[in-house]
Each structure stands twice: as structure tokens, then as C-alpha cells.
Design a binder for this molecule. Sequence first.
Ligand code: SF4
Length: 172
Amino acid sequence: MRRRLIKNLIARPVTEPRPAAYGTELEALGERLRGAVARTLGASLTIREVDAGSCNGCELEIHALNNAFYDLERFGLRFVASPRHADVLMVTGPVTKNMREALERTHRATPDPKWVVAVGDCAVDGGMFAPSYAVAGGVSAVVPVDLHIRGCPPNPRQLLEGLLALLEKAEG
Ligand code: SF4
């Protein structure tokens, strides 16, 4: 036990360093985002994620925004558990008929002004799931959408670029 404790105390972390070039680009993007958040909202941008029927591929990329590599909170973005605390609804997937009412209720529960960001090709028009009997359509078939971020799935960098475009458009 003591040997293991000493070994753990002197061992180096087993994580890999992130690529230097990509880190620099990410920092620049993050700084632009932080500035846009400060100018439009003052402090932070809060996001409520809604899975309206996705395959969860888009969720994996969205979750990555919170990992140690991207760490988006340092740029002033935060995921929240309730739509009542959200500025942005980030919606993934085709909207299934079973999730339609939940999405409508979540939209109504989000205070104005609010933005809806549809994430992934399925969120645009149902994508590969569009012909299914269980699908109501893309997100805009159910609630008004302010921004589509395409991709299957879009990667975290594309998500950050999309949010930046949304804020810069709001700035006018
Ligand atoms: S866009 Fe791709 S990853 Fe996202 S929900 Fe559709 S199939 Fe899955």
C-alpha cells in the first residue's frame, strides 16, 4: 500500500499534451467568443442542450466542449440543467414525434430573448432519419431556429464557431 502511494505521488500524469498549433487556434477562437459574450450578454452565455431524438453522436461532440481539452467555461459558456436558466437551446437530432411536445415545452420555458441552435444534419431536416414514421422533421418544423450548425456530427470547433457567429450576428 505504502509503495503504491509513493509511486502515485511521484508518477507523472498519463495524459497527452494537446497539439500546440491547434491549441493556439482554439485559444484565439475562445478569446473572440469571450469578447462577444461580454459585449452581448455581459457575463456568460448559458446553454440548455436538448436531445430531440439524435443518435447521440452530436451529444458526444457537445460533451467534449466540457472536457479538459476544450474547457469552454473559461470562455464564458456554461451548460445549465434548466431551460429557465438558459440563453440558448442547443437542439440535436431529428425531432421525433415522441419528443415534439417536450421540445415545445422546453422552448416555452426558456425566457426571452432566447436563441435556438440546431446542431447536426439531422436537426436541419431530419437527415438520414427523415423518412422514418417516428420523425416529425427538423428542429425548425417545431420551434423557430436562429442558427443551424451542419455536420454529422459537427466537431467542437465547429460548435464554437457557430456560437460565435450567432453572437456576432446579434451584435449587428
Ligand atoms: S447529425 Fe449525425 S451524429 Fe448527429 S444525430 Fe444525426 S446521425 Fe447522429
